[in-house]
Design a protein around this ligand. Sequence first.
Ligand SMILES: [Mg+2]
Length: 184
Amino acid sequence: MAVYNKCIPLTYNTSIFDINYQHLKEQGIKTLFFDLDNTIIGYDESEISPSHIRFFKALSKSFQIVIISNSGKKRVAPALAKTDLKYVWHAKKPLKFGFKKALKMVSGQKSETILIGDQLMTDVLGGNRYGISVILVRSVKRKSDRWITQFNRKLEKMVIRKIKAKLPALYDERLKAYVNDHAV
Ligand SMILES: [Mg+2]
């Protein structure tokens, strides 16, 4: 199967705060995976804010949560130090390694898990390859992207062009707003 088929998210939301978690709960979702960089905080921020801490505390009452990041421990551990959140660093998304590790940590089921992230080539591709649905969110701060992310963004543009050409209805429904929100 072509790669672009695996780069289509379940939905697109403007931020992690705008997702209808109640609906996910009703659908039987029990575990939430979150990407860290540019999904929760920008690259130029070193730790999550008090409002994030409150948000995750409330969300933890309904879901098991694991943060899955491609960044190293030096970045991830201090960023989450003021929380009780479980995390996986150097997750190597879009490979399956980090997802497997995270699911094991909470004894979760793939079918009851959703990933929330901001990148097509790591989060959406990775989640779909592993067999879990992915909610795409707007990047917190795209300007602070690292070089590897900038490279992924170039690939992402090509993939989005392909999806738009091959699957226009899905593009309109799930990616058009994402593209428009990031248009400079
Ligand atoms: Mg990210």
